[in-house]
Structure formats: C-alpha cells, structure tokens
Design a protein around this ligand. Structure first.
Ligand code: NAP
Ligand code: HSE
Length: 433
C-alpha cells in the first residue's frame, strides 16, 4: 500500500450530491487509496444546519465553510450550488493553491474565467465533470480525449426534469401543467422548477459545453434560451402526426459565415426531432449528448444526468484525478479559450421550422400564405393540409431560415384575414435541411 500522507478533502455542502460523495469516499476508501496512491481523508463538511445531518460523522460538520477552506486541506469539493458563497469560497481555495472539484454549473457558466485565472495563478486544478450531464463522462472527453480534433457540433438533452415532462406529455397526451404537477409529485421536478422549465439550467450547461468544444469563453448570457412552458399538447400532437417528438435541446455549433469568418451559435429551446432520431428515444430523466468532430465523426454520450449517486460518481472521479495529480506532481488541463470565436446572435442563426396554422378552407389561401414566406426569403420544404367543414389545418415545414426572417414571416401570416390562428411554431432539428 502507498505510504504517502493522506490528501485532505474539504467538502462544501452535504445535500443530495454531498451525502453520496461521503458515502462513496467511505465505502470505496481502500480502492480509492490504491487508485490514487494516497488515502483521501475527509477533513470537514460545511453545511448550514448541522443538526439535520445524522448520516455523516458529527465531528466533521461545521457551519464555517470559510475556515474549513482556509484550514490545512489539499482539495475543496463544492456541492453547495448557486453563485455565492460558492464563488468566494472557491476563489479563496484556488488562490491558496488548493485544487477544486465542483458540480456547480451556474457558477461555471458565469465565472469560469476568474476561477481558471485563480487556478492558473497558483497552479491548482479545477475539475467540474458533474456540472453537465451528471454521471456521464462528457467534459473530460471534450477537454482531453478530443483535444486533437475539431469539434463542429454538440447537441443534446442535458436537463432531466424537462425531458421527464416532455416524454410524459408525448406518451399521455396530457397538458404541460398536468405533467409538471405529476413530475413534482414524483420528485422529478423541484418545488420551484423555474431553473429547469425555463431553460436556465440547460443554458448554463450549454455555455460550459460550447466553451470546451470551441476553445472560446461562452457564458450563460451568450446562450439563446427558451423553456418548455409554452409547449402545448397541440404542439406535441402536431409533432406526433408528422412522426416527430418534442425535446428541449442544447445546441452548440461552429458556424462559418459567407465571409469565411467562424463563430459559435449556442441555443437552448424545444425542438421537434424525428422519432427515428437517437435522441427521441431518450426518455424520463436521462440525458444524452451528440458530439460531431471532423476526424472522430459522430459520438453519443448517454446516461443518468442527475441524482445523488450518479452525480457523486462524477465528483469522486474528479477527486481521484486531482489526487493523482497531487501524488505525481502533475496538473490537469487549464482553460483553453485561445480561439476566442465571436458568438453569433440568434437572429442570424439558421434553423428549420414547423408552423401549424388554422386557416379558412377556400381557394387562394395557400398561395397567400406561401407568398408571405417567399417575401421573407423563407423557403418551404413541405406543406400538409387537413380540411374540416369550412376551415383547415395547414402545416408548413421550412428549409433552414434565420430566426429573424422566420419571426417576421410568422408575424405577417398571423395578420392575414384568412389565417384564424397560428397554432404552433417550433424549430425542427435532426433532419437534413
Ligand atoms: P442540495 O441538496 O440543495 O444541497 C446543498 C447543500 O449545501 C446542503 O447540504 C446545504 O446545507 C449546503 N449549503 C447551502 N448553503 C450553504 C452555505 N452557505 N454554507 C455551507 N453549506 C451550505 O443540492 P444538491 O442537489 O446536492 O446540488 C449541489 C450541486 O450539485 C449544485 O451545484 C447542483 O447544481 C449540482 N448538481 C446537482 C445534481 C442533482 O441531481 N442534485 C446533478 C448535477 C449537479 P444544509 O443541508 O445544512 O441545508
Ligand atoms: N435539475 C437538473 C436536471 C439536475 O433536471 O437535469 C441536474 O443538473
């Protein structure tokens, strides 16, 4: 067995994820020591309310996270969440040369530049595999395994709560409100589901993915974000009628403009995808992410994107990496933001659309609608009409068009006297444009 002195670990937070981190560190202690070359010793656990934590040794608990970070620890593991006090605590740790492992996507999506700067200043490590897609090894492949390739696109389902809701709406035909209520009752959605259903959680994850994939600093504010609250049972039924389903997707793309200038487009929004697409089969709270790279081609990463044990698996994996670096005087990857590509505004980002209209069923209606598309240079790929007594349902799928052109088209169509209602407008992904 190795004789190196223990690596002392400060754990900040002991909730859903932290409790499982403690369990793994305890249950796997001997194996982790053998894998890293030194014992991993929990030096303390910072929480808000020590009395409620009967599952961990009482003598390790403290409410003074700052003092714990400043004590003689080698590594700080942060599973508190949110911006403060996590940001200040982690900056303090990194500036003092203590490596950091965090699962905090909100913090990384806003403050990774200053965290990496602090890590570089002292030579400490910053690892954050659990911040995106829970247990799924995804960030290390982007940061390390694919560092020799040129990634062109990352697209996936990175929020389990919204995937559970959309999968439920698709299988039952129920409304968004009914399905959200069910998700809350079953514990899949939090009491305040805003961060998930409004797309904030997925946008933070998209920012992290885009930064790593394109060697460019992308923050949550750079991500175009739409949540799922406006997805109706009618949208889901329309998708089903066309052999599609609706998913909340995080999409990060490298785009080359007509002038040859490269930029990145990063967006989170609901989209229709073909039922034959591999992401369509990702149901309940699972996550899956497609990565496309020039030399490697297409890859898909799939697994549990949330939950205490799956997330703790990624956290402890990072802790082992940090410990190995400490034992062997190595260092993990630093920030790679050399490409500094501009972020393309959503208005200029081309995507395909599905538009469903209630129209009067009489001669000339289709030509009036088609004329508006032509006027805005939005090319129609397919049209389907289903007539009723004196009105009809018209479904139009476009070729790739910019968001700005599509918005203007839909605004004008909504004002045509022959159009009774614009029932649904949704992007279409996963098909040839
Ligand atoms: P959680 O269950 O709410 O636990 C948060 C913990 O932090 C609690 O133990 C809480 O103490 C402690 N805490 C809060 N404020 C504190 C403060 N000021 N000082 C010291 N301790 C404080 O959260 P979680 O679900 O484990 O998530 C933790 C992190 O992992 C977040 O960044 C989250 O985004 C990320 N993550 C979570 C999941 C998941 O499935 N849950 C998946 C991927 C990533 P008390 O217990 O005493 O209140
Ligand atoms: N709220 C997140 C989800 C947890 O639903 O996927 C994992 O980050």
């Amino acid at each position: 067995m190795p004789s190196r002195k223990p690596i002392r670990v400060a754990l900040l937070g002991c909730g859903t994820v932290g409790t499982e981190v403690v369990r793994l560190l305890t249950d796997q202690a001997a194996d982790l020591t053998a894998r890293t070359g030194a014992p991993l010793e929990l030096a303390g656990i910072a929480v808000r309310k020590p009395n409620k934590h009967r599952e961990v040794p009482a003598d390790l608990l403290t409410t003074d996270a700052e003092a714990l970070v400043a004590s003689d620890v080698d590594v700080v593991v942060e599973v508190i969440g949110g911006i403060e006090p996590s940001r200040t605590l982690l900056l303090g740790a990194l500036r003092a040369g203590k490596s950091v492992v965090t699962a905090n996507k909100a913090l990384l999506a806003e403050h990774s530049a200053e965290l990496f700067e602090a890590a570089d200043g002292s030579g400490a490590d910053l690892y954050f595999e659990a911040a995106v897609a829970g247990a799924i090894p995804l960030l290390r492949p982007l940061r390390e395994s694919l560092a020799g390739d040129r990634i062109t696109r990352v697209m996936g389902i990175v929020n389990g709560t919204t995937n559970f809701i959309l999968s439920g709406m698709d299988s039952t035909g129920a409304s968004y409100a009914e399905t959200l209520e069910e998700a809350t009752r079953l514990g899949y959605a939090e009491a305040d589901p805003t961060a998930d259903v409004d797309g904030f959680d997925a946008a933070s994850k998209a920012a992290i993915l885009a930064s790593l994939a394109f060697h460019t600093r992308v923050t949550a504010a750079d991500v175009h974000r739409e949540g799922i609250a406006a997805v109706s049972a009618a949208d889901i039924a329309a998708a089903r009628g066309l052999g599609r389903t609706v998913k909340l997707l995080a999409i990060c793309e490298r785009v080359t403009g007509d002038d040859g200038q490269e930029s990145v487009a990063v967006r989170v929004h609901p989209a229709m995808i073909p039922r034959s697409h591999p992401l369509a089969g990702v149901s309940a709270a699972f996550n899956a992410v497609f990565v496309e790279a020039d030399a490697a081609g297409e890859m898909m990463f799939y697994g549990q994107g949330a939950g205490g044990a799956p997330t703790a698996s990624a956290v402890v994996g990072d802790l082992v990496a940090v410990a190995r670096n400490l034992v062997h005087s190595g260092r993990g990857p630093r920030e790679s933001a050399y490409a500094a590509l501009p972020v393309r505004p959503m208005g200029q980002t081309p995507t395909r659309y599905h538009i469903s209209l209630d129209v009067a069923d009489r001669a000339g209606v289709l030509s009036q609608v088609a004329a508006v598309f032509a006027e805005h240079d939005v090319s129609i790929a397919a049209v389907r009409q289903e007539g009723r007594v004196d009105d009809a349902s018209l479904v139009i799928v476009t070729h790739a068009a910019t968001d700005a052109a599509l918005r203007s088209t839909v605004d004008k169509i909504g004002g045509l006297p022959v159009v009774r209602e614009v029932v649904s407008v949704m992007r279409v992904e996963g098909e040839e444009s």
